[in-house]
Design a protein around this ligand. Structure first.
Ligand SMILES: CC(C)[C@H](C(=O)O)[C@@H](O)C(=O)O
Ligand code: SF4
Length: 469
């Protein structure tokens, strides 16, 4: 058999029908469901008098609209409340497992899936959410879909999927201490742009990726979509297997052994062909900070806000000028001079235990600057929260002046009570810095958890390696 990429292996294994015209039909192994993109899908099933094809493949939890303050008062915003309640009703009616708001396993769906072992190597994983790419860290073919496709998968377990081309981002060498997966993916997006991965499934490989924890690999794949790729992938290795062993949804006993034997084949073969390859020297990657309104508008911490006047491409030039006006920063300004009003540590990009540990390591024995109006630490799931509390991290955050919250998407996007006010500037560990993303008129700067913590303490962006080592 010809050498195949990991992407090709996963794809071929799931094709159930190749029509003469149109995209192939793929089988979906796991479907993750949350409150925003599922109500109409369930309603469609109800109208068509359809049931779920395989309800046991579906796992649901509410995340975007949930409050992160005390849950005992319920959800105040009526629309949010209806969506979250409707999810529970739908799950009951259609026989879907849901981790409800009082369940310690509730959290951001992309944190919960892997944590439960519901995401496994070799699977196809879909959710009505673009950051489903996160699950590719487990060598699963995982991508986001729209509401009508959510309905289709619920009803048939299958989906027509436009083919993608395999792309390799090979990162060799070692990341410097204090430089994380978040900096790496921001660096990649800074190089190739937010359309650089369009039409591709990006496999992240090389020594620096193998050296990353599963958490770090999830951060990389989470933002593949911000590089334009629907799919991010990392090959299976011992870390993948060790992470999954004993997780509630992972196979056990003999089935575990059989699964592991198969999973070990989920790597790109030597000599497999990629349509595009990008090589990166990990040693050169710096802590990164976005300055604009797109993740590609990013600079190393030692850099300066670029000058649109120097940009030859007129479309890019005006995009940069608009971004600078929106962000209220000047060309040439040192990145270190940017002063956030709020700090958000959370989201499906960076709210796993390792992220909280990295931020807490910076915050220990320190306090946020008096100019910081609000600093939030929001664990990605109830289990992450419990683990962090067992390690005393919650105290480190609260002693430093952070608020320690309940799990959810929180200030990653303005769908719940955690928002920026117009004009407010935020150091955020999330993945999108679009206009109004964290609240109308809010200004977002994307960074790693350690960099967000360091900015909270200093009151402006700083090089966490130099000032907090
Ligand atoms: C609400 C949802 C459809 C959306 C997504 O698809 O990613 C959100 O999670 C986001 O991060 O922008
Ligand atoms: S944490 Fe943010 S990026 Fe992730 S699913 Fe929620 S809103 Fe989307």
């Amino acid at each position: 058999m010809a050498a195949a990429t990991l992407f090709e292996k996963l794809w071929q294994r799931h094709v159930v029908h190749e029509p003469e015209a149109g995209p192939p039909l793929l089988y979906m192994d796991r479907h993750l469901v949350y409150e925003v993109t599922s109500p109409q899908a369930f309603e469609g099933l109800r109208m068509g008098k359809r049931r779920l094809w395989r309800p046991q493949t579906v796992l649901a939890t509410a995340d975007h609209n949930v409050p992160t303050t005390s849950r005992s008062v319920g959800i105040i915003d009526p629309l949010s409340r209806i969506q979250v309640e409707q999810l529970s009703r739908n799950c009951k009616e259609f026989g879907v497992t849901e981790f409800g708001l009082s369940d310690p396993r509730q959290g951001i769906i992309h944190v919960v899936g892997p944590e439960q072992g519901a995401t496994l190597p070799g699977m196809t994983v879909v959710a009505g959410d673009s950051h489903t790419s996160t699950h590719g860290a487990f060598a699963a073919l995982a991508f986001g879909v729209g509401t009508s496709e959510v309905e289709h998968v619920l009803a048939t377990q299958c989906l027509s999927v436009n083919p993608m081309k395999p792309m390799l981002v090979r990162i060799e060498g070692a990341l410097a201490p204090g430089v994380t997966a978040k900096d790496l993916i921001l660096d990649v997006i800074g190089r190739i742009g937010t359309a650089g991965g369009t039409g591709y499934a990006i496999e992240f490989g090389g020594g620096a990726v193998r050296a990353l924890s599963m958490e770090g690999r999830m951060t990389l794949c989470n933002m593949a979509i911000e590089a334009g790729a629907r799919v991010g992938l990392v090959a299976v290795d011992q870390k993948t297997i060790d992470y999954l062993k004993g997780r509630p949804y992972a196979p056990r006993g003999e089935r575990w052994e059989q699964a592991v034997a198969y999973w070990r084949t989920l790597v790109s073969d030597e000599g497999a062909h990629f349509d595009r390859t990008l090589e990166i020297d990990a040693a050169l990657v710096q802590p990164m900070v976005t300055w604009g309104t797109s993740p590609e508008m990013v600079q190393p911490i030692g850099g300066q806000v670029p000058d649109p006047a120097r940009e030859p491409d007129p479309v890019k030039r005006s995009g940069m000028a608009n971004a600078l006006a929106y962000m209220a920063i000047e060309p040439g300004m040192p990145i270190k001079a940017i002063q956030p009003d709020k700090v958000f540590i959370g989201s499906c990009t960076n709210a796993r235990i390792e992220d909280l540990r990295a931020a807490a390591a910076v915050l220990k024995g320190r306090h946020i600057a008096p100019t910081i109006k609000l600093a939030l630490a929001v664990p990605g799931s109830g289990l992450v929260k419990a683990q962090a509390e067992a390690e005393g991290l919650d105290r480190v955050f609260t002693d430093a002046g952070f608020e320690w919250r309940e799990p959810g998407c929180s200030m990653c996007l303005g769908m719940n009570e955690d928002r920026l006010a117009p004009g407010e500037r935020c150091a955020s560990t999330s993945n999108r810095n679009f206009e109004g993303r964290q609240g109308a008129g809010g200004r977002s700067h994307l960074v790693s958890p350690a960099m967000a913590a360091a900015a909270a303490v200093a009151g402006h962006f700083v090089d966490v390696r130099k000032e907090f080592s």
